[in-house]
Design a protein around this ligand. Structure first.
Ligand code: ZN
Length: 206
């Protein structure tokens, strides 16, 4: 019974009000196919969408990065929220990757992760809007001070934002994410090595 679909649903059945399937997505692989993206075309996708019970016009401008794989280049979005590379952008109140939106997926420390990211981003959003080029731990330069804001206020908000990011990335949640990323990178490396070894000419012709 129930093939791939139902198995997938079961896995997503974690306690979280927001499910991945609630949001429409933009998939860079489809965009590439549909619009014939190549590595030498402008590396930025812009679009507008609306939500049924929310803002009617949300503008998105997401940079595209090309990453070298053994069989050519593959495009990824740079998440407008955190700058991470991703294939899917979720169309929520803010267009971002699933980590940013805290969407439920088989990830441990789900709730804490959401809290950490939400806190870090909420603090940062008082001063900077996501532009796809900076993550929530990046330094906020002086010229980002909003017009009319006192320097003292700016510095306090900036400290709060950085403190939240330090707590996120220094804490168990951020460390867990970094470890996972390192593990993924290792897996990818060993995969590439296997491919390279298979394609290499046999040394003594057996
Ligand atoms: Zn993100």
């Amino acid at each position: 019974m129930g093939g791939y679909g139902s198995g997938r649903y079961m896995r997503l059945g974690v306690k979280n009000a927001r499910r991945v399937s609630q949001f429409q997505t933009v998939d860079i692989r489809q965009v590439r196919k549909a619009h014939g993206l190549t590595a030498d075309t402008p590396a930025r996708i812009e679009f507008v969408y609306g939500l049924r019970n929310g803002p009617q016009s949300i503008q998105v401008s997401a940079p595209v990065v090309w990453v070298a794989y053994p069989y050519g280049l593959r495009p990824f979005f740079e998440c407008p929220g955190c700058g991470r590379r991703c294939c899917l952008l979720y169309l929520a109140e803010q267009c971002a990757c699933r980590q940013c939106l805290g969407l439920s997926y088989p990830v441990q420390f789900e709730t804490k992760q959401n809290q950490g990211f939400r806190r870090a981003w909420r603090a940062r959003l008082k001063l900077v809007q996501p532009d796809g080029h900076s993550g929530c731990g990046d330094w906020i330069p002086d010229w980002k001070k909003p017009k009319g804001m006192h320097w003292r206020t700016f510095e306090r908000l900036r400290n709060e934002a950085h403190q939240a990011a330090v707590e996120l990335w220094g804490g168990p949640v951020g460390q867990g994410i970094l470890q996972q990323q390192a593990k993924d990178a290792e897996k990818l490396d060993s995969l590439f090595n296997r491919i390279a070894a298979r394609n290499a000419p046999q040394p003594n012709g057996h």
